[in-house]
Structure formats: structure tokens, C-alpha cells
Design a protein around this ligand. Structure first.
Ligand code: GLY
Length: 276
């Protein structure tokens, strides 16, 4: 396991990366978050794979937890889903003494993070990314939010997590296509910050697409280190953090022009080529 520390205006938080770490999640929650109740938020693809097991494991160590799910897919990253989830939490009696645990890909980490940022004016969030995109990018740095008609991620908040736990074992259950989409962000990190990493990704791309445990753990670690170094320096994107948007300006335009049929990773890959 490696631990990367991210600095924020209000302190620091750890990002733990290691194959098999999901098994220890209930203990990590006890260690890092001092609350009474945990709202595990997951989509309906990931909930049967990890959400339900996590719920059981969390309850088994005596923690009070509930699982909340929403339909998988970017189409769910809306104010409507946010409103359903926050109402569900309220109906289930969650209050200020709660923590949101986001388990899933980038849509889940963004929307569950936004629920945490706004519920009772802000409760802690623990990010448990299960895709390359979420491990490498979305779960680190505190950006949370939903899409609007006018564009992606236009309504949201900076809400740094209390803890991030990334277990590369979960990549094995992801469709290969989605692994490819997420790995584009790793290539982006190499392109903007680390030539040797970019070369290494080129050499190991096929094994990474196949979710080789050792290589994917190494890549997630390096990407998290690189992203952490940027967001620790410029949490609120007042300058330097914009480097992480390489490929995204044209990438977002391509996604929108294709009515979101073009995946985010492919769009950003094309965007990087065009912007370069
Ligand atoms: N995904 C780019 C950023 O976190 O700033």
C-alpha cells in the first residue's frame, strides 16, 4: 500500500492505494472519520459488486450504515439525482453526524461528493473509486458536482474528501472499453508532468488495459502522486491546476458535439492531440 498526502486550505487528507484495500475499508472508516452514520452511495452497476459487500462489512464492525443507489451512467449526473439522494438521506434520518461513502466511478464520486458538500451544509465524504478514471482523476482534488443543460460539471463545489481508498483489484470488473477511457487521464498526467511515466504507459498499455494488478497499482500510484502535487499547490484552480485540463477544452466540445456518444476518455485523447 502507498499513502499519498494531499494538502488543502483546511489541512490534509490521505489517498491510500493498494490491491486488496477494499477488505480493510470498515477499519479505515473507523480510523479516519469520527461520525455516527455512513451513507454508502453507489450506482446500480457497482452496488451489487462492491456496495452491498461494503454495507455488510461496515455493519459487521458495528458501524451504522445504509446503501443508497441511483441508475448508472452520465445521464444520472443531474440535480434531479442529487435531489433524490439528499431526500432519501433525510427520509432515512441522516443528519450532521453522517459521512457519505462514494463507491464507484467518476459519476458516483462527483455526485456523491456533491451530496456530501451540500447535505446539512456539508458532511465528510470518503471516496472509494472503482474505475481508472475515478482513481486517477475524479476522486482526488475535491471537485464535486453535476452536469447542467449548458454543459458538464457546471454546478458543483470544492469539497475535499476525508480519505480516498483505491483498490486496483476492482478494475478487473470494469469493461475493457472503460479501462481505456480512464487510462487516457494517466497518459495526460505523463504528457503534462512526467516524460518517463508517459513512456512507461506506452510500453505497458496492453497490460494496463487488461488490468494487470501490479502494473495498474503502479500507474494509479504515480498518477495520484502527480495529481496530488498539482492540487496541493492550487486547490481552487486559480492557475497551475488548469494544467490538468489539457485536452479537455476541445475534448468537452467534441463530447457535446457528439451528443455525448463519444466517451470522455476518447474525447480527451483527441482533444490532447488537437491541443498539442
Ligand atoms: N479533473 C481535473 C481537476 O481535477 O482539476
Amino acid at each position: 500500500m502507498i499513502e499519498v498526502t494531499v494538502s488543502t486550505r483546511n489541512g490534509t487528507y490521505p489517498v491510500l492505494v493498494g490491491a486488496g484495500l477494499l477488505h480493510g475499508l470498515p477499519e479505515f472508516l473507523t480510523e479516519h472519520v469520527d461520525v455516527n452514520r455512513f451513507a454508502i452511495i453507489s450506482d446500480d452497476n457497482v452496488a451489487p459488486l462492491y456496495g452491498e459487500g461494503l454495507l455488510e462489512a461496515t455493519r459487521a464492525v458495528g458501524l451504522d450504515a445504509r446503501l443508497f443507489t441511483f441508475p448508472a451512467g452520465e445521464a444520472s449526473k443531474t440535480r434531479k439525482t442529487w435531489s433524490i439522494l439528499t431526500d432519501d438521506l433525510l427520509e432515512a434520518g441522516f443528519g450532521r453526524d453522517s459521512c457519505v461513502v462514494a463507491v464507484g466511478g467518476g459519476v458516483t464520486t462527483d455526485i456523491a461528493g456533491f451530496v456530501a458538500a451540500t447535505f446539512m451544509r456539508g458532511v465528510p465524504v470518503v471516496q472509494v473509486p472503482t474505475s481508472y478514471l475515478a482513481m486517477i482523476d475524479a476522486s482526488v482534488g475535491g471537485k464535486t458536482g453535476v452536469d447542467a443543460k449548458a454543459g458538464k460539471n457546471l454546478v458543483g463545489a470544492f469539497h475535499p474528501p476525508a480519505l480516498v481508498v483505491a483498490d486496483p483489484h476492482s478494475l478487473a470488473t470494469l469493461p475493457r472499453e472503460e479501462r481505456a477511457e480512464g487510462l487516457v487521464e494517466a497518459f495526460k498526467h505523463g504528457a503534462i508532468l512526467d516524460d518517463a511515466y508517459f513512456e512507461q504507459l506506452n510500453e505497458t498499455a496492453v497490460a494496463l488495459l487488461d488490468a494487470d494488478t501490479k502494473l495498474s497499482e503502479e500507474a494509479v500510484c504515480r498518477s495520484v502522486e502527480l495529481k496530488a502535487s498539482v492540487v496541493s499547490e492550487d486547490e481552487f484552480e486559480s492557475g497551475y491546476r488548469q494544467i490538468l485540463n489539457f485536452g479537455h477544452t476541445l475534448g468537452h466540445a467534441l463530447e457535446a458535439a457528439s451528443s455525448y456518444r463519444l466517451g470522455h476518455g476518447k474525447a480527451v485523447a483527441l482533444g490532447m492531440v488537437l491541443e498539442a
